[in-house]
Ligand binder design. Structure first.
Ligand code: ADE
Ligand code: ZN
Length: 315
């Protein structure tokens, strides 16, 4: 598929490791950990991947993550993703992981981190893929719980480059996490946040002004606010856009109405990413291909998008 797209060196800057858990691996881990699943087989699980909004997806995503129990499970999950990166010429990745999804189930923080980090280190050595890991807080939980998570992470401070903010956006504005992000910055961590996926442009302003983020994850609703658009352009603030995700979660009702190329042409530093590829129908290259098919993305535009991803790296 599209050799010219595959050949472009790319960075992936918006990828939830838990969202790269393919149904086949999910079933294999369930068997290894002797967990009974509510789906009869892989096809039945795939059949459940039909969502009307972010929350419907998140409910299934957290349920799926329950099969991840041991350090080896987190290693295998991360390694499978890195092999996709290699196949698609993703030369650098800055993945998220959601520690609270696991610690709240009684899995120790260090079990999660060790498995993920060992795979990332092996990926650098064996596959030549560099990385910067991002610890993401679940925004439907309290700021106090985020503080607890940051405290658990601090003995492993050097394993991360940034903190992020994900999960249910509506009703959980960035302002809720202002203090814990300030604490993370005081520890030398960089910051990013999901904003303007389902939430209003105001959440993007807050992410910039209150959380002092280096990048906005998603950010597609910025196009509703002209003053914000101008700021993104003037300051060249990267947006990590996830086209297939946006269609699957009905942020846009059709790929032909997606605004990523219009933003690119206006000078916004947009990038292409897969978000939760196991759930949304593809990795980075499938996202690029969808833009080519639905929006007529040219090779020159693809090159600029790929170049943006390399320039928008945190590390
Ligand atoms: N967690 C995993 N994927 C997400 C998304 N697209 N938005 C918010 N939280 C997420
Ligand atoms: Zn995301």
């Amino acid at each position: 598929m599209y050799d010219w797209l595959n050949a472009l060196p790319k960075a992936e800057l918006h990828l939830h490791l838990e969202g790269s858990l393919e149904p086949e691996l999910l079933f294999a881990l369930a068997e290894r950990n002797k967990i009974k699943l509510p789906w009869h087989d892989v096809e039945a699980l795939r059949g459940a991947y039909a969502f009307n909004n972010l929350q419907e997806f998140l409910d299934l995503y957290y349920q799926g993550a329950d099969v991840l129990r041991t350090e080896q499970d987190f290693y295998d999950l991360t390694w499978a993703y890195l092999q996709k990166c290699q196949a698609q010429n993703v030369v650098h990745t800055e993945p998220f992981f959601d520690p609270q999804t696991h610690t709240d189930r009684g899995i120790p923080f260090e079990v999660v981190l060790r498995g993920i980090k060992q795979a990332l280190v092996d990926g650098e050595k064996q596959l030549g893929i560099s990385h910067g890991l991002i610890l993401s807080f679940l925004r439907h939980l309290s700021e106090e719980q985020a503080f607890d998570t940051l405290e658990q992470a601090m003995p492993f401070r050097d394993a991360f480059v940034a903190v992020g903010l994900d999960s249910s956006e509506l009703g959980h504005p960035p302002s809720k996490f202002q203090r814990v992000f300030a604490k993370a910055r005081s520890e030398g961590l960089l910051t990013v946040a999901h904003a303007g996926e389902e939430g209003p442009p105001e959440y993007i302003w807050q992410a910039l002004d209150l959380l002092k983020v280096q990048r906005i994850d998603h950010g597609v609703r910025a196009s509703e606010d002209e003053r914000l658009m101008q700021r993104l352009i003037d300051e060249q603030i990267p947006l990590t856009v996830c086209p297939l995700s946006n269609i699957k979660l009905r942020v846009f009702d059709d790929m032909r109405r997606h605004n990523i190329l219009a933003m690119l042409e206006r000078g916004v530093k947009v990038t292409v990413n897969s978000d939760d590829p196991a759930y949304f129908g593809g990795y980075v290259n499938e996202n690029f291909a969808a833009l080519h098919e639905a929006l007529g993305m040219s090779e020159a535009q693809a090159r600029r998008l790929a170049q943006n991803s390399l320039e928008a790296r945190l590390v």
